[in-house]
Ligand binder design. Structure first.
Ligand code: HEM
Length: 126
């Protein structure tokens, strides 16, 4: 990866793994989100989010090697994502980001992106 990337600055894969693993521990307990995940085992979904975030922040491009272009709006189209789902997703992610070993500036930068991304993936307003 690029040595000046956010990915490297926060400690690379280990830090992202910690965040995504904490996030999915929350998802597993969340009554809004858990039913949306079609697979019984959340492990594969966890791996996809991990690889996507690593790539987005300047780490290895393993996500695109395996999955192609992210096309996140298209890939979320099968799930109804309204304000309730978005807020549940952000609540789980907030726990994970708060516990991550980041500087306050890094935490803010990451959070700002995740909040924007979660808003942009909404596809239901009824
Ligand atoms: C996949 C829900 C926001 C990134 C999924 C899946 C669900 C889901 C149910 C399918 C699980 C799987 O991979 O098999 C949601 C909900 C969100 C949300 C309810 C609330 C807004 C986000 C955000 C990001 C993201 C903000 C990125 C910053 C991904 C990625 C995948 C995924 C990378 C796997 C795509 C693939 O390669 O197939 N999401 N998601 N999601 N989500 Fe989300």
């Amino acid at each position: 990866g690029n040595p000046e990337s956010f990915y490297q600055a926060v400690g690379g894969e280990q830090t992202f793994r910690g965040i995504v693993s904490r996030f999915y521990a929350e998802v597993a307990k969340d009554e809004v989100l858990r039913p949306l995940y079609p697979e019984q085992d959340l492990g594969p979904a966890e791996e996809r989010l991990l690889l996507f975030l690593m790539q987005y922040w300047g780490g290895p491009h393993t996500y695109s090697e395996r999955r192609g272009h992210p096309r996140l709006r298209m890939r979320h189209a099968p799930f109804q994502i309204g304000p309730i789902e978005r807020d549940a997703w952000l609540r789980c992610m907030r726990v994970a980001v708060d516990e991550a070993p980041l500087t306050e500036e890094q935490r803010q930068q990451l959070w700002q992106y995740l909040e924007m991304a979660a808003h942009s993936l909404m596809n239901s307003w009824g």
